[in-house]
Design a protein around this ligand. Structure first.
Ligand code: CUK
Ligand code: CUA
Length: 611
């Protein structure tokens, strides 16, 4: 302690986060990779990074975007034929069974390009990307319903559903928001766009969402900002957006009965737009599935309590968190009691009659998560750079902790499920300023681990996160995850089907047909078969490789000099790389994983002859 200048408190914190060599972390966290478009997996409490998962951006370590199977997934994210090679990932969501994490699937949204991705937690690989055909941006995904029947995705900046030019003068009439309910089929592990639907919404900027649970199951909640429907234009002499979007005192919490909405779609009450079923606003109002409730200005999170009875909303421009009562809301709906209608005819309920309580927490409240102890919540205070611990049943503040700096989301262990696990909280901070070794003007962001097991919160650890802004992270008990060790030999891991390129030992071959050279190869310590591949300039070369290993973690890699291909071939997997032999020459290929003492000898040549 003396030699390193540590305090007793430092040592206790270290003891709480230390995981001895070979030890396992109690929780596994999945963090949004922000502008990297990826997901980062780390352990809690050690905060050791375990993996990056390639989602919207090519990721060479896993061959993601450099082999044919993964390219097919990545290219599902093309928008109207345009190749997009990045994403702005915000909110990961774990699949749930009866309101609790089941460890099977993970979803994440892309705010910049309105997309959702599905990751299978058997192998931590991205299996599907769906593009929202109506939106131009989105921020209200991914959130799941309690049995993962639907993955919720709300739009952000209003835009016309059509792909056509519509002048800003037609903003109120033709620009729209919405909430999309993507149907998830657990058996296939895929979203089924044909069974998915959208509820059309006014051009308010819809924001974060959450699904109801238990008593509030069947409903979903979506925040909004700029319900002024303000359109900026400094160049036209109008005040900027941040002024025009702050004119009113409140925005709207949107409430949608998604269970009833799904039935309306089945009854043919939706309209097909760009191939998607859309319940138009007038239908939603007529059928009584859509309501608005005023909420404090410019909110971020809307978070349903574990018992499903209360809904916490925090508006950045109000120092209070507002706790809405689902019962009080339903009482108004049942009585048909509305305060007013918005310009689109949507009933607006009374805010006062919907509130359970409001608690003054501090400046810039954003997001709330729940504890394993009843009535305890934690809310991030962006402006104050603090976490507030408070009691939402009694409406009182219990403790505050300084964090570093400018906290966005925070997360407790399984804290958005019906059974939060308590123990730790992670604060996701936008700025690190002076917390780490300076690495240039762009600093890493800071995930701070906080012990919440006692009355007073205790800061344990700073983890710099070097892969983009950490918007949100979810953590699951590690033992709930049951990832596989190897694939059935010859599996295309992106479809989980047998690969057409699967090859057994002794059946390796090169098949030539006109301009096509197709290689059925294998990898096993310590050789690639075949070891030479001959082609002519202009040939289309396809190389399938099957890893024949049975041993755990015996991954092989594969690349060919200058052809911009790379495969990561885990035990049992079959991977395909494809390229045009566009120039003559000698091109060594090799295994890119140090897999054995004779790894360097895992090599061969692609020989491209002139025509
Ligand atoms: S947002 Cu980033 S801090 Cu995308 Cu959830 Cu609130
Ligand atoms: Cu296989 Cu190195």
């Amino acid at each position: 302690m003396k030699a390193r200048g540590l305090t007793q408190q430092n040592l206790l914190a270290a003891a709480k986060t230390y995981v001895p060599t070979g030890g396992r972390d109690e929780f596994t966290a999945f963090a949004s990779g922000g502008q990297s478009g990826q997901i980062i997996v780390y352990g809690i409490p050690s905060m050791r990074i375990m993996k990056y998962i390639g989602v919207f951006t090519p990721e060479p370590w896993q061959g993601y975007g450099f082999d044919e199977e993964s390219k097919k997934v990545l290219r599902q994210g093309n928008i109207d034929g345009k190749e997009i090679n990045w994403g702005d990932t915000h909110h990961p969501a774990l699949s749930e069974t009866n309101g609790d994490y089941d460890g099977q699937f993970l979803f994440i949204n892309d705010k910049a390009n309105p997309r959702l991705a599905v990751i299978d937690l058997r192998d931590f690989e991205t299996k599907q990307i769906v593009v929202n055909p109506l939106y131009k941006s989105e921020h209200g995904g991914a959130f799941v319903t309690p049995n993962t029947d639907y993955v919720i995705e709300a739009s952000q900046y209003p835009a016309p559903y059509s792909k056509k030019f519509v002048p800003l003068e037609r903003f109120n009439e033709e620009y729209r928001g919405g909430v999309t309910y993507w149907k998830f089929d657990r058996k296939s592990g895929k979203i089924d766009p044909k069974q998915s639907f959208t509820v059309e919404l006014p051009p308010y900027s819809q924001d974060l969402s959450d699904a109801g649970k238990l008593v509030s199951d069947g409903w979903s909640f979506t925040n909004s900002f700029c319900t002024e429907r303000y359109v900026g234009g400094i160049e036209k002499g109008r005040p900027p957006y941040e002024a025009g979007c702050s004119a009113k005192d409140t925005d709207y919490l949107h409430m949608i009965n998604w269970k009833k909405a799904a039935e309306l779609v089945k009854q043919g009450k939706a309209k097909k737009i760009n191939g998607m079923d859309v319940i138009m606003m007038d239908t939603a109002v007529k059928e009584g599935i859509l309501f608005l409730i005023p909420e404090p200005k410019s909110p971020h999170g809307v978070d349903v309590t574990p018992d499903g009875k209360l809904i916490t909303v925090a508006g950045k421009l109000d120092s209070h968190v507002s706790v809405y009562s689902f019962d009080k809301i339903m009482a108004q709906i049942k009585a048909g009691k509305f305060e007013s209608k918005d310009p689109y005819g949507i009933p607006v309920l009374s805010m006062k009659d919907s509130l359970h309580t409001q608690v003054a927490l501090g400046l810039g409240p954003l997001h709330t998560q729940y504890d394993s102890k009843p009535c305890i919540a934690y809310t991030s205070l962006y402006v104050d750079s603090q976490v507030a611990k408070w009691n939402y049943c009694e409406g009182k503040v219990l403790d505050k902790l300084n964090i570093h700096y400018n906290i966005g989301h925070l997360m407790t262990m399984e804290g958005d499920t019906e059974h939060p696990k308590g123990h730790y909280l992670v604060a996701l901070n936008k700025l690190a300023i002076d917390r780490f070794i300076p690495v240039g003007p762009l600093h890493p962001q800071n995930h701070q681990l906080i012990d919440i097991s006692e009355d007073k919160m205790q800061l344990l650890y700073d983890m710099p996160l070097p892969l983009g802004e950490p918007h949100y992270v979810v953590a699951i008990k590690s033992t709930t995850l049951k990832p596989g060790i190897r694939y059935k030999v010859g599996t295309d891991s992106r479809t989980d089907e047998p690969s057409k390129g699967a090859t057994r030992a002794g059946e390796e071959r090169v098949v030539r047909k006109g301009k096509s050279v197709e290689v059925f190869g294998t990898e096993i310590r310590s050789h690639i078969t075949p070891e030479t591949i001959e082609a002519e300039v202009g040939d289309e070369v396809t190389i399938h490789l099957t890893n024949l290993e049975r041993a755990e973690d015996e991954t092989h890699g594969f690349t060919v000099d200058t052809y911009n291909v790379h495969a990561s071939v885990e035990p049992g997997k079959t991977v395909t790389v494809k390229f045009k032999a566009d120039r003559e020459g000698v091109f060594p290929f090799y295994c890119t994983e140090f897999c054995s003492a004779l790894h360097l000898e895992m090599e061969g040549y692609l020989l491209v002859k002139p025509k």
